[in-house]
Design a protein around this ligand. Structure first.
Ligand code: 13P
Ligand code: 13P
Ligand code: MG
Ligand code: MG
Length: 385
C-alpha cells in the first residue's frame, strides 16, 4: 500500500448545496472544504490537493500514497463535504447536503452519494494528467469522448503513429443495472464495445488500460445517485482522470472529442438531453434551463506527488466554435419543450418526480374495448372517475 514509488490521484466530488438554485458552489463552502484538506496535508495524510467547483459540484482533487478506495482518504473527503455542507446549511443554500445521502460513513464514500475517480500509478519522469469535471449530466456522458480518445484513430493520431499505443487499449465497462464488469479490447472488439457503450444510461466506461503493459490510462466516476437513493436527488455529475503524453494520448488528443458538443442526459431536473459545452472555470456555472450541461478540463503535472498546475484547458478560443454549436443545439433542443427526444425516455424518467404525476391519472384510464363499445369519448370526465 504505502509504496513510495506509487502515487494515487483521487478526485472525489459532491453537491453539498449551491447558491441561487443548482447554479454554483458558494466560495465559503469551498473554503471550508479546503481548510480540512490543508490540515490533512500538514499532517501528511495527503501530499497535495486542489479544491474547485463546476457549477454546483464541489470537487476535491487529491494526491497521496495510500492507493485507491482508502478509508482514510475517503473519510477525509467525507469530513470536507460535511464541513462544507454545514456552511451551506448555515447560509441557507439550495439543496444543502444534496449528495450526502447517509449520516453513517463506514470507510468508503461509494454508495453514500459522492462521485469518485481514482487511479494509482508509478510516476513517469513527467506525468501530465487531465482532470475532467462535468455538471448537469451523468457518468455515461464520458463514453463518447473516452471511446474517441482511446479507440478512434480519426481523433487520436497516436493510435496509428506511436508504437506504445499501436496495440490499442482495454476498456473496462460497468453495467450499472446488473453491477457487472466486462473487459473489451480495442481495436479488435470495437463493435462489441460500441454495442454496449452506445447505451450510456446503462453501460459506462469505468477504466481504460494500455494493452501492451496494462498501465492505467483513464478512470471515470460511475456513481448513479438514483440507484443509491431510489429516487431523483440530483444528477450524477461525473468526473474523470486521463493520463497524457509519452505513450498515452497527447493532451490535444484528449481534448479533441470535446470540439463536438455531443448530446448527454441531464440538464433541467436531470430529465433532458442537451449538448455538453466545454467551458473554462470562469464559465463553469449552469444558467439557461439549468444548463446547458458543462465540462471543465484542468491540466496538471504530478511531480513527486505534488499537483503542479492547474491550467484551464478549455479557456481557449479554439473551443469557441464548440460552444457556439452547443448554443445552437440548445436552442434546437429547447424548442421541443416537454417532448421526447428532448425529454428523457420513460425508463429514465422513473426516478424523477414524474411518476407521481402519472399516478394521478391511473384511475382515469378505461380499457380500450369498453371505451369504443360505449362510444363515451364525448362524455369523458363525467363518466370515468
Ligand atoms: P509525446 O509522444 O512526447 O507525448 O508527444 C506527442 C506529441 O507530439 C504531441 O502532439
Ligand atoms: P444537480 O444534479 O447539478 O444538482 O442539478 C439538479 C437539477 O435538477 C437541475 O435542474
Ligand atoms: Mg444541485
Ligand atoms: Mg451538479
Amino acid at each position: 500500500m504505502s509504496n513510495e514509488k506509487l502515487v494515487t490521484v483521487s478526485v472525489i466530488k459532491a453537491d453539498i448545496g449551491s447558491i441561487a438554485g443548482h447554479h454554483k458552489v458558494h466560495p465559503d463552502t469551498m473554503a471550508a472544504a479546503a481548510r480540512v484538506l490543508a490540515e490533512a496535508k500538514r499532517k501528511g495524510l495527503i501530499i497535495d490537493y486542489y479544491v474547485t467547483h463546476v457549477g454546483d459540484d464541489l470537487e476535491l482533487i487529491m494526491t497521496h500514497r495510500k492507493g485507491v478506495d482508502n478509508p482514510d482518504i475517503h473519510g477525509l473527503a467525507w469530513d470536507a463535504f460535511k464541513k462544507a455542507a454545514e456552511v451551506a446549511k448555515e447560509l441557507g443554500l439550495y439543496a444543502a447536503g444534496q449528495d450526502l445521502l447517509s449520516d453513517a460513513f463506514s470507510g468508503n464514500v461509494r454508495g453514500l452519494g459522492p462521485g469518485v475517480a481514482e487511479m494509482e500509478f508509478e510516476e513517469r519522469p513527467s506525468e501530465p494528467i487531465v482532470v475532467f469535471m462535468a455538471d448537469k449530466t451523468e457518468p455515461g456522458a464520458f463514453n463518447f469522448p473516452i471511446f474517441r480518445i482511446f479507440a478512434d484513430p480519426f481523433n487520436t493520431a497516436g493510435l496509428v503513429i506511436d508504437p506504445k499505443m499501436h496495440d490499442g487499449f482495454k476498456f473496462e465497462v460497468l453495467d450499472l443495472y446488473e453491477g457487472k464488469y466486462v473487459i473489451l479490447n480495442a481495436p479488435e472488439e470495437m463493435y462489441d464495445l460500441l454495442a454496449l457503450i452506445g447505451t450510456p444510461s446503462r453501460y459506462v466506461i469505468k477504466r481504460v488500460y494500455r494493452k501492451r503493459d496494462d498501465e492505467i490510462a483513464a478512470v471515470v466516476s460511475s456513481e448513479k445517485l438514483n440507484m443509491i437513493a431510489g429516487r431523483y436527488v440530483g444528477k450524477d455529475d461525473p468526473v474523470a482522470i486521463v493520463r497524457a503524453q509519452s505513450g498515452f494520448p497527447a493532451v490535444g488528443e484528449i481534448l479533441e472529442p470535446f470540439s463536438f458538443p455531443h448530446l448527454v442526459a441531464g440538464w433541467m431536473r436531470g430529465s433532458h438531453w442537451g449538448p455538453l459545452m466545454p467551458v473554462s472555470l470562469r464559465d463553469a456555472k449552469c444558467t439557461r434551463f439549468d444548463g446547458p450541461p458543462r465540462i471543465v478540463a484542468l491540466g496538471f503535472n504530478v511531480t513527486r506527488g505534488r499537483l503542479i498546475g492547474p491550467v484551464d484547458l478549455f479557456d481557449d478560443p479554439a473551443f469557441d466554435e464548440a460552444r457556439r454549436l452547443a448554443q445552437q443545439i440548445a436552442d434546437y433542443m429547447r424548442r421541443h419543450g416537454p417532448f421526447m427526444p428532448h425529454r428523457l425516455s420513460p425508463e429514465d424518467m422513473e426516478y424523477t418526480t414524474m411518476p407521481q404525476v402519472l399516478e394521478k391519472l391511473k384511475n382515469r384510464f378505461v380499457e380500450a374495448k369498453d371505451y369504443t363499445k360505449a362510444g363515451q369519448g364525448r362524455t369523458q370526465g363525467e363518466t370515468y372517475e
